[in-house]
Design a protein around this ligand. Structure first.
Ligand code: PLP
Length: 383
């Protein structure tokens, strides 16, 4: 496939078709092992934990869409992030965005800390905080942008200037933007991670993750970790992801357009005290988002001017949007971070970081925007 093809052509075409039968959708290679012709002679595969044709196709497509040298796919976003953490050694220090998915905070504070790896949580949307957190033993900066659930935007190019100067790995969780809206490797990151569960697969069907590397040395290291730990996705899940990926460009357009309309509506509503959405001019780093993203994606969060029971009343009165843990799917989903995705973050820390009881996260789907606006308007009237 030539590089000059545009993104929306590539997402449809890169999966290819079956050269043997002409089947427009390649088959699922649902097999644990592969038959060898004789000792040392295989058709390129021996055991699915090491490699599998369905997984290989998914990894080829992800690598191409992100502009990396290789992708490694995992059985969840968290196992992809854990594989990245395994690049670190005892005694190393990592700087991490303060506003990250709650599972990442848990991984760093409760698990990798026990292996003697120290994490500092800073607001990476403020470059000065990264510079101040640097230590002699800092080996990685881990950024989530846009972040979940406060939608903070970190300037990847600026952070990469710091990491390059100090020979530090820069890893970006780009789950919320997806490769349709932003390519962190092209902005200077060394690694990109995705929860493939979200926009990339897009249909609430699978749990998956991926790491895409900028250079061969990192790619080989991640591949070795993938094979050794074995947290790989099933061939069926890879195949479902590949089918979902074909509509990524068109989905991200619709998610973003719907989200901007809803964010503007919420910003003007008297029962809403705050809206976090990078597409709004009022967003702290709107200019950075405008520069590094093609559009602003479908995720936002907002604060209801009221109590936890007002939030409950709002959520209970929705007809289309559902209450669910996930994001990035075609269906509109609401989440209450303080009691759901971020419940393991200690209450005082939650309060300090703006994860209040009245904060609601909204993952805008691809339904009709008028229907969604009406749903939100009438649920707010119930408060
Ligand atoms: N990164 C982000 C930004 C997420 O929102 C999530 C999950 O919600 C993860 C990583 C973890 O992914 P998974 O649930 O696929 O393990």
């Amino acid at each position: 496939m030539k590089n000059e093809l545009s993104f929306d052509t590539k997402v449809v075409q890169l999966m290819g078709h079956c050269p043997t039968t002409g089947s427009i959708i390649p088959p699922i290679y649902q097999s644990a092992t592969f038959v060898l012709e004789e000792i040392g002679i295989s058709k390129g595969y021996d055991y699915t934990r090491s490699s599998n044709p369905s997984r290989e196709t998914l990894e080829f497509v992800l690598k191409d869409l992100e502009g990396g040298v290789a992708a490694a796919s995992f059985s969840s976003g968290m196992s992809a992030i854990d594989a990245v953490m395994k690049l670190l050694n005892t005694g190393d220090h990592i700087i991490c965005s303060k506003d990250v998915y709650g599972g990442v905070t848990r991984l760093m504070t409760d698990i990798i800390s026990r292996q003697g790896i120290d994490a500092s949580f800073v607001d990476t949307s403020n470059i000065v905080e990264i510079e101040e957190a640097l230590r002699q033993n800092t080996k990685m900066v881990y950024v989530e942008t846009p972040s979940n659930p406060l939608l903070k935007i970190t300037d990847i190019e600026k952070v990469s200037q710091i990491t390059k100067k100090n020979h530090i790995i820069l890893c970006v969780d780009s789950t919320i933007g997806s490769p349709a809206l932003i390519n962190p490797l092209k902005l200077g990151a060394d690694l990109v991670v995705h929860s493939v569960t979200k926009y990339i697969s897009g249909h609430s069907l699978i749990i998956g993750g991926a790491v895409i590397s900028k250079d061969q040395e990192l790619a080989d290291h991640i591949r070795f970790i993938q094979k050794s730990i074995g947290a790989v996705p099933s061939p069926f899940d890879c195949w479902l992801t590949l089918i979902g990926l074909k509509t990524l460009a068109i989905r991200m357009n619709k998610h973003s357009n719907n989200a901007l309309l809803i964010a503007k509506f919420l910003e003007g509503h008297h029962k809403i005290s705050k809206v976090n959405y990078p597409g709004l001019e009022s967003h702290f780093n709107h200019e950075v988002a405008l520069r590094q993203m093609k559009n602003f994606s479908g995720l936002m969060s907002f604060e209801i001017d009221g109590t936890l029971s007002d939030c409950k009343r709002f959520l209970n009165n929705l007809r289309i949007g559902v209450l669910a843990e996930s994001l990035g799917s075609v269906e509109t989903m609401f989440t209450h971070p303080a009691t759901m995705t971020h419940k393991d973050v200690p209450p005082k820390q939650r309060q300090r970081e703006g994860l209040t009881d009245s904060l609601i996260r909204l993952s805008v789907g691809i339904e009709n925007s008028d229907d969604l606006l009406e749903d939100i308007r009438s649920a707010l009237q119930a408060i």
